[in-house]
Design a protein around this ligand. Sequence first.
Ligand code: NAG
Ligand code: NAG
Ligand code: NAG
Ligand code: NAG
Ligand code: NAG
Ligand code: NAG
Ligand code: NAG
Ligand code: NAG
Ligand code: NAG
Ligand code: NAG
Length: 694
Amino acid sequence: MNVLSLLLFLVYFLFGVDGLGFTFIEYGNGNFTIYLVGNRPIIQHSARRPFVYIGSGETEFRERYGNYKIADYTGEKIGLSSYTVTNDSRGYNLTMYSCSIKVFIRLGSEEGHVLTIDIGDIGSYNRVWIQLTADTNEAIYGGGEQYSYLNLRGRQYPIWTGEQGIGRNRSTLVTYVTDLKQSGGDYYTTYFPQPTFYSTNKYYFHHSGSNYAILDFSHPNFHEIFIARQPGRLYFNTAETFPLMVSKLTNFLGRMPNLPDWIHDGAIIGVQGGSKQMMDYISYSETHGLNITGVWIQDWAGSVDDLFGHRLFWNWEWNQELYPGLDELIIGLRDRNIHVLAYVNPYLTVDGNLFKYAEQLGYFVKNSTDETYIQDFAGIMAGSIDLTNPAAYQWYKNKIIKENMIEFGMSGWMADFSEYLPVDAKLYNNQSATSYHNIWPVLWAKLNREAVEELEMLGKIVFFLRAGFSGTGKYSTLMWAGDQDVDFTYADGIASTIPAALNMGLSGVGITHFDIGGYTTFAPLLVRREELLLRSAEYAAFGPVFRTHQGNQPKENVQFYSSPEISNKFARLTHIFKTLKNYTKIVLNDTVTSGVPAYKPLFFNYPDDVRCYNVTYQFLYGDDLLIAPVILDFRKRWDVYLPADPTASWVHIWTGQSYQGPRDVTVQAPVGNPPVFYRSTSQFVDIFKTIGNL
Ligand SMILES: *[C@@H]1O[C@H](CO)[C@@H](O)[C@H](O)[C@H]1NC(C)=O
Ligand SMILES: *[C@@H]1O[C@H](CO)[C@@H](O)[C@H](O)[C@H]1NC(C)=O
Ligand SMILES: *[C@@H]1O[C@H](CO)[C@@H](O)[C@H](O)[C@H]1NC(C)=O
Ligand SMILES: *[C@@H]1O[C@H](CO)[C@@H](O)[C@H](O)[C@H]1NC(C)=O
Ligand SMILES: *[C@@H]1O[C@H](CO)[C@@H](O)[C@H](O)[C@H]1NC(C)=O
Ligand SMILES: *[C@@H]1O[C@H](CO)[C@@H](O)[C@H](O)[C@H]1NC(C)=O
Ligand SMILES: *[C@@H]1O[C@H](CO)[C@@H](O)[C@H](O)[C@H]1NC(C)=O
Ligand SMILES: *[C@@H]1O[C@H](CO)[C@@H](O)[C@H](O)[C@H]1NC(C)=O
Ligand SMILES: *[C@@H]1O[C@H](CO)[C@@H](O)[C@H](O)[C@H]1NC(C)=O
Ligand SMILES: *[C@@H]1O[C@H](CO)[C@@H](O)[C@H](O)[C@H]1NC(C)=O
């Protein structure tokens, strides 16, 4: 095909004959088909298989400590089998009907999308299903932060933010025990669902609404999108490659800003216990050769001990008893290039003075009797700031984030939670809490982001979130993978952070990290061993942020300071992380300018290598590094798949051994030397060689 005919081809298929991105063709007998690109159908309607159904039913959300059991009952589901159609230069008006039930649907190419679908008022009905054409061998990715599977095909994904669950696998003991309190989770439970997905048929889908929805990929010939209540606009876009598709999506939904430069200079150590303890951990780290750039003191506002472990005092201001002199220590530490980070969430404990102040002003979400809704956060009783109340929002932003944290000298914080908005809460703006539940995390991210920007600290400060939804990419400065178990399980241990990062990256949120060594501890059933700490740290060393967490039972877990031997091994990993700085900066520059995530599935760069579409636990970090973290215990060797790269070979970073893909290799992978390969033609070979000798 010559250039001219290629152009004509592109013009024809991208803009259609009638100036639209899609093609609508009627086949008689009440059938029509919508083609997104080329001759690939996305919607095939016939009287026997309508593409849209409406119905009514009830959805019940049973919550316990942020874990949701959703019981959905459909009373009727009516296929809108008949249609009439008219069109104008900007799209098609469809009236879909069945007997006297009519729904208006507008097909267009709005907001830079190849196809947009707007569904008119569904009246007294309260649910809609849309069916999209699927191929049996098509793979699906995205859906927000999905932890258990990279390819979502074959399963259903409810779009409802909540706790990720502890264990997330009903055939394990940990999940069995935690499920006694409805906290075990399952493959789809996540802090960050997003009604967005990609198909290997070269399109992405996005739903702009926030109501409860289900992305159902379990059928061989169609995908079904279920949306409770009135749907928002449905978007479809196409591009030839995954990087171009993510670029389009992030152009639309928003991109993350770059991380502060200091993040790349070493570890952020998560420690607690007061000023003296903090300074002791810093000296200890320096004496043991760690490169540290930050100290994260989540208990800066104080702490309490309860059954779950060591918990924070949710009253977000400097606790002078626990942290005497912190204001001056922060300044002294900054001169040594050590940044102090704090912790905050959108709740205030009833035992704190900030709660009392905010309650007087009616700043919390209310319960059915119009009083402050006091929620039980597994033992911490707290009110939830009403983010729809402008006065409450401004107060939280100005008093807590700006004054108590940024102006106090904090260089960052964990902006925890936000996925617990009860469906029966009453909001200041009188909107339904069920519809607001999923966007609460976005409002929380926005509040944090505005505080940083209003003080002109973007690029100097980092806050990191776990909960999210559509729009999080626009406001967040960094994500972290939430609360992994301190173990090697696929469903909720170190492994789960990989599909989580990859699917989240596909959803447009490309800068993320995780708690080194995991978080959730349940002694004696579940405690962190040295091997997990080091395996997790060696994997983090080849990523954008290197941050430790002691876990919820710090004394039960092995920590980087547990013994001089562990500290020495850990120090080396911080050197690796720091040595990679110049490469990491290039990777992140790509992410912030093009939206392509820092951690990429192999098929991003190797689309012609079909095996790559099923590789879940390996990823590319930028274009030049392939990482295959060791995610199981007691391993000395690890199997790796190296994709076909016509322009380079894969060099094993520790041995210098070079391999030509496609091929399977088994490499030695003692603790401290994770399977990492670089492209032989990279311009960063010197950095990789330096690391290979560390
Ligand atoms: C219309 O769709 C029905 C059911 O899918 C199919 O049997 C029939 O062949 C189609 N007719 C045309 C003209 O495409
Ligand atoms: C399609 O519907 C829109 C909105 O109701 C209306 O403005 C437009 O004129 C309609 N176009 C056609 C061709 O019916
Ligand atoms: C309606 O669509 C047909 C193609 O299906 C196109 O030829 C025609 O120009 C369109 N009508 C208007 C008013 O744009
Ligand atoms: C930090 O790392 C550099 C090498 O990148 C090393 O020379 C330096 O001594 C380290 N600093 C500390 C405090 O460990
Ligand atoms: C509403 O909250 C108040 C505390 O703020 C509590 O006393 C009251 O019982 C709650 N009402 C209901 C119906 O739960
Ligand atoms: C919410 O409803 C109440 C009672 O009807 C009304 O007084 C108030 O102005 C409404 N608030 C907003 C933000 O619309
Ligand atoms: C769940 O746990 C069982 C038993 O340990 C294991 O065989 C299975 O692979 C796990 N499934 C997932 C998805 O992690
Ligand atoms: C990283 O880049 C800076 C300049 O941008 C340069 O001075 C430094 O030597 C580089 N470091 C390494 C390890 O290549
Ligand atoms: C970042 O990426 C942009 C766009 O690709 C490029 O123009 C710029 O030079 C890059 N900056 C650095 C520091 O690499
Ligand atoms: C990927 O895995 C799925 C099932 O897990 C399988 O059906 C499919 O054939 C695999 N694709 C490739 C290219 O291996």
